[in-house]
Design a binder for this molecule. Sequence first.
Ligand SMILES: *Cc1c(COP(=O)(O)O)cnc(C)c1O
Length: 386
Amino acid sequence: MTKSQNISYILHHQGEDNLPYGAVSPPVFQTSIFCFPSFGEFCAALGDEVNRSLYTRGNNPTVNLVEEKLAALEGAERAKIVSSGVSAISHAIMAFVESGSHVVCVEDCYSWTRTLLSSYLARFGVTVTYVEGTVTEEIFAACRPETRLIYLESPTTFTFKIQDIPVIAREARRRGIKTIIDNTWATPVFCKPHEMGVDLVVHSGSKYFGGASDIIAGVIAGSKADIDKIQAEEFLQLGTVPDPFMAWLMLRGLRTLHIRMEAHFKGALDAASFLENHPRVESVLYPFLASHPQAALVKKLYDGGSGLFSFRLRVKSQDEVARFTDRLRLFKRAVSWGGYESLVFPYAVKYPVGADIPPERLGLVRLHIGLEKPEDLIADLEEALR
Ligand SMILES: *Cc1c(COP(=O)(O)O)cnc(C)c1O
């Protein structure tokens, strides 16, 4: 356990002590099948598909190496990579519910999490209640006898609301309710929810784990029993297989994760503080600003913050939002986040040009602070605000 907590050990040695030819970087096992020297060994592998390399839809050594490191980073017994963050979320939720189950979920969760619960799983008799998530009592007041799962995402990524992770996990466990959290924003560098008692931690690996905006990937981490179950059922059945080369790119990203996260944190704090003091900005939603309504809880749960936050521009029309957005030169206009590059995502882009936008959403702008020099990014923001 002490070894698995040490990021230097994880990055250099975990699973890599016997690489062929003394290679520093492990090979990519770009193979779909594995063959066996005898009937007996073939038979043994076929009988233990969860643990053995037989077919890459089940296990692959490149994928397994990254999984071992990810489990260690989260302080979990086991982790599984899948082909997208949405797939990780779907596998984890579907592992814990059945027809007739009720789920309590935070209302500002990732949009595809919401469609899974409200539309897709509704077809199979799963019901859901959404709660704001900032008041723990409200979460448990929404629970019913048939509640099987509480789904958290902290912070939510546009509104940046925090949930009291260890308190919720403890009470859920006492009631026999499973918990899942989307930890994509913080990464295990800044928060380890499984160690706080959450059953399953899910991630979009397309964000900071890859770190270069060049892969789509998902991660599920938890106890060996829970992950073995997911591998044997949802994973092998639904077949959202991680490609070995994608896993290898994620491994390369993980080597620099902690250094990148520190840089994103510093840049985001600088940019958020600048914006907070600008007259054209109404408010800034960054968990590590003293002005965040849950600042004390943030300090208790998180060792740092990532590069993603929102702010509210003082604007009266979608056109003003468009002018600000188009004026930025270092921030690219795109969805997603977690790469080396800075991005801007105005909420108003979700509406057709000229549409009526609710005032509380009109000026909402999400930024991802990349790895550029913070002073250059601030100069770019200042220019566009002017
Ligand atoms: C991007 C994202 C996802 C979905 O991940 P994909 O890899 O795009 O499928 C889930 N949760 C959060 C918080 C995200 O930002």
